[in-house]
Design a protein around this ligand. Structure first.
Ligand SMILES: Nc1nc2c(ncn2[C@@H]2O[C@H](COP(=O)(O)OP(=O)(O)OP(=O)(O)O)[C@@H](O)[C@H]2O)c(=O)[nH]1
Length: 796
């Protein structure tokens, strides 16, 4: 279908042209085709990032096609046959399931909107506000710290049933929902939620529109191909402008977007919305907006706007959907069903995001957003989920959300609870039953599932089984986050989520030695739960060092230690997590020999050290011929290599992108030992590393800054002082967005300076991008500081 589409889109655009309108084709594939066949004017811009996403999706469908081709295998054929002949009852069950996440910039109202969703679906009896006067706090912010600070720290899962009116009938939908944090420091929570969800609601503030963190969330949604609807919240605020937010989705996020509603009244007098698909006015009534009143009478003051925006919606859909393009070309007015079907197709194929609007805090227009979740976001059978078949050279296989197929699930989140480890699992295929034995595809270990629960924030409901396409949590299943579970029949494994590198570290110790046991317990727990939180002990200073995504991230763990484990801690200054590497190949021939009286030490290692070429993992290789070093000793060499990589010779930070090859050596009959080979390797490592022009690497952060246009000069000045590389600047009618790479080291204190330079109106977000060589001056300072600290320690 997609391959045929560009021709239609061309037609739709040509129609616009013939009526004097500007050529506005948003389909990137079409743009590329047209550009190559000179159909577009040369000035028409081809939006490359969007095109790339689209290509990657096409690539994925190609992978699925390959799966179908390979299906000559009988077991795979069985699986494919099931896809084609889905049992109607099963198909109906799935069509009523939605797995969705709510993601957005900080403070956009995710938790406030989720609280309304839970209230309107009958999951909670009353509404409590984030930082509300009753001091109870919202349901999904269950941690004390979240309630006090009014921020979400951990994503929370819940489920609810929404009864939707459809053609005069009531249709019940089952919604699994995950509310995610907005702060970039807790970004892993968004990553893992989006990895397993089928769709998302992207919330935007009606005043601020697309903000820096919205751009990060957009990137994450694209990473996992998650279709989204957008909800412009805070329509009750002064300066609310949903159409500005829509323009920004189009221009900054480069995803075609159009309003499905227009507001009736604004700011203080925001009363409700006009549904542009059905052309009905929708109002909320009742103490908490629980009653929906629909009216065919559209208030006169919004009639013209509603007409104009409905036409815009249809035009945008014609640009991204083939069937709508046909109708548009023929000049036929589409029916409600045709519009809804086009929105659904375009949203699921990631070519469009429908935009709804309302005010969660003022209890307005949240229910239509729930209807849109059911109408436009995919059910589990409409999302292509692939696993890799280890028994067939990791060939991709399509998983089918069908209860009677062999079970495949992905553990996406771990949480320590009073009853032991709680593992959140998304069931992609088959049924997970209480008492069933499952296999961990990574460790090949069998484990019995003693208890299955459905999570409702911090409460749980026990269930005997969970069907395909659903989300649950299990007790007593030991695993790591990202492990695949199967019933043992299939050799399937699923790709895990993206885990960003921690970039900030600080030393930490309990104030009182009596708390050491609790301190270790807490550290172990936090590390298991959060892959972006790491702990290690520096062997020289014997300090415990914690690393994470930012100062807030680490502060929260220090605070949780105090509250949940009653351990008060002392912490050092936050430090950048530098890395070190070699830049030149250095051969070595190192002999460790101590043979003066008693048992001696003897080990000779010969080989070379060199950069791996990519600033990523380190590599150890043995190329011994003729058995000059035995397997046992080579194993010890490898251990020595990895120990050296943990603490580099230059600064004591981890080594990156370094390879060591051992291709010769010598052993002594009595004096050689594993310890001697390990030590010899470490000594050779140190010598070669220092001779190989070592370099300090610093983390570079992908930084997005948004601010009103008048402050652009100030911000560029701030960034120049920090030697940032500015990649792109998008200037809108009021605000601009700037994309830059900045070294983390230069960004300490940036938020205060940004506030001062923009009268508090600028905001920024940072995300780790990659490691880059540190400037020579900084490198010299860091090395000198490290050497001084070493010398001081030796004097003691
Ligand atoms: N005026 C107005 N304020 C709102 C609305 N929705 C939420 N807020 C307020 O915005 C603040 C943030 O709301 P939250 O629901 O915590 O936002 P969030 O996106 O979940 O926050 P994080 O998860 O910490 O990023 C709170 O003070 C809310 O009361 C709205 O519709 N109108």
């Amino acid at each position: 279908m997609r391959a045929a589409f560009p021709a239609r889109a061309q037609a739709s655009s040509l129609r616009s042209l013939s009526s004097g309108a500007r050529l506005t084709c948003r389909n990137p594939f079409f743009q590329q085709r047209c550009a190559s066949t000179a159909l577009l004017r040369p000035s028409t811009r081809i939006s490359t990032p969007h095109f790339k996403t689209w290509q990657s999706r096409r690539h994925q469908s190609g992978a699925a096609a390959a799966v179908l081709e390979q299906a000559a295998d009988p077991s795979m054929l069985a699986q494919e046959t099931i896809i084609d002949n889905l049992d109607p009852q099963e198909a109906y069950r799935l069509s009523r399931v939605r797995n969705i996440g709510i993601a957005a910039h900080i403070d956009s109202g995710k938790t406030t909107a989720t609280e309304r969703v839970l209230f309107y679906t009958g999951r909670i009896k009353s509404i409590h506000e984030v930082r509300g006067k009753d001091a109870v706090g919202a349901k999904m912010d269950s941690m004390d710290l979240e309630r006090e600070k009014g921020i979400t720290i951990q994503s929370a899962a819940t489920f609810c049933d929404w009864v939707k009116q459809e053609n005069g009938k009531e249709e019940k939908y089952h919604i699994n929902l995950i509310d995610t944090p907005g702060h970039i420091d807790f970004t892993i929570e968004v990553e893992r939620a989006l990895r397993v969800l089928d769709g998302a609601v992207m919330i935007l503030c009606a005043v601020s529109g697309v903000q820096s963190q919205t751009i990060t969330v957009d990137r994450q949604m694209r990473r996992y191909n998650v279709p989204r609807i957008s909800f412009v919240n805070k329509m009750d605020r002064m300066g609310a402008n949903p159409f500005k937010a829509i323009d920004q989705i189009n221009s900054k996020l480069r995803i075609p977007a159009a309003a499905l509603q227009v507001p009736i009244g604004s700011e203080d007098s925001f009363q409700g919305v006009v549904d542009l698909v059905r052309m009905k006015a929708i109002y909320n009534e009742g103490a908490k907006g629980e009653i929906i009143r629909e009216s065919d009478e559209i208030p006169p003051q919004v009639q013209a706007l509603a007409k104009e925006r409905r036409a815009k919606l249809i035009e945008t859909l014609a640009d991204v959907d083939e069937e709508m393009a046909d109708l548009f070309l023929e000049g036929v007015e589409p029916t409600i069903e045709q519009i809804k079907a086009a929105i659904r197709r375009a949203t699921i194929s990631l070519n469009f995001t429908p935009v709804l609007m309302g005010s969660a805090l003022a209890d307005k227009s949240v229910q239509p957003m729930l209807d849109a979740v059911c109408d436009y976001l995919p059910n589990p059978s409409e999302v292509e989920n692939l696993a890799l078949d280890r028994r067939r050279a990791e060939a991709p296989v399509k998983l089918v959300s069908y209860n009677s197929l062999p079970f495949v699930g992905l553990a996406f989140k771990l949480e320590e609870s009073n009853f032991g480890q709680l593992t959140y699992i998304r069931v992609y295929q088959g049924t997970l039953r209480k008492g069933m034995t499952v296999f961990n595809a990574k460790t090949d270990k069998k484990v019995k599932v003693p208890r299955i629960v459905r999570m409702h924030s911090n409460e749980m409901e026990e269930v005997p089984e969970i069907g395909a396409g659903e989300i649950c949590a299990v007790f007593g299943v030991d695993c790591s986050s990202g492990d695949t579970f199967t019933d043992g029949q299939m050799g399937y494994t699923m790709t895990s989520m993206f885990v960003p590198e921690p970039v900030i570290s600080l030393s930490i110790k309990p104030k009182h030695t009596k708390d050491t046991a609790n301190f270790s317990k807490a550290m172990n727990r936090f590390q298991r739960e959060d892959p972006t939180f790491r702990v290690h002990v520096d062997p020289e200073s014997e300090q415990t060092i914690i690393s994470g995504m930012g100062e807030l991230h680490l502060d929260i763990y220090v605070e949780r230690m105090r509250r949940e484990y009653k351990v008060d801690c002392e912490t050092g200054q936050p430090q950048v997590a530098y890395r070190e590497t070699v830049t030149q190949r250095v051969p070595f021939d190192h002999l460790l020999k101590k043979q003066t009286g008693g048992a001696g030490d003897y080990a000779r290692v010969v080989g070379w050290m060199e950069p791996t070429g990519a600033l990523q993992d380190n590599k150890f290789e043995e190329r011994i011929v003729g058995g000059t070093i035995s397997e046992k000793y080579l194993f010890a060499c490898e251990k020595g290599f990895h120990a050296s990589c943990d603490k580099g010779p230059l600064l004591g930070h981890r080594v990156l992108g370094t390879s060591m090859v051992i291709n010769d050596g010598a052993t002594h009959m009595t004096d050689s030992s594993e310890m001697a080979f390990r030590n010899a390797t470490q000594q050779a490592f140190r010598k070669s590393f220092m001779a190989g022009k070592p370099q300090v690497l610093e983390p570079l952060m992908k930084t997005t800054i948004t601010a009103p246009n008048e402050f652009q000069g100030n911000i560029v000045g701030l960034l120049n002082k920090r030697n940032a590389t500015i990649h792109d600047t998008e200037i809108g009618p009021e605000d601009f967005t700037l994309y830059a790479d900045c070294s983390l080291n230069s960004m300490f204190g940036f938020s205060t300076q940004l506030r001062a330079a923009t009268q508090g109106k600028g905001e920024f977000s940072m995300e780790f991008s990659h490691y880059n060589p540190a400037p020579p001056q900084l490198q010299r300072e860091l090395v000198a500081k490290y050497e001084k600290a070493q010398a001081d320690r030796n004097k003691k």
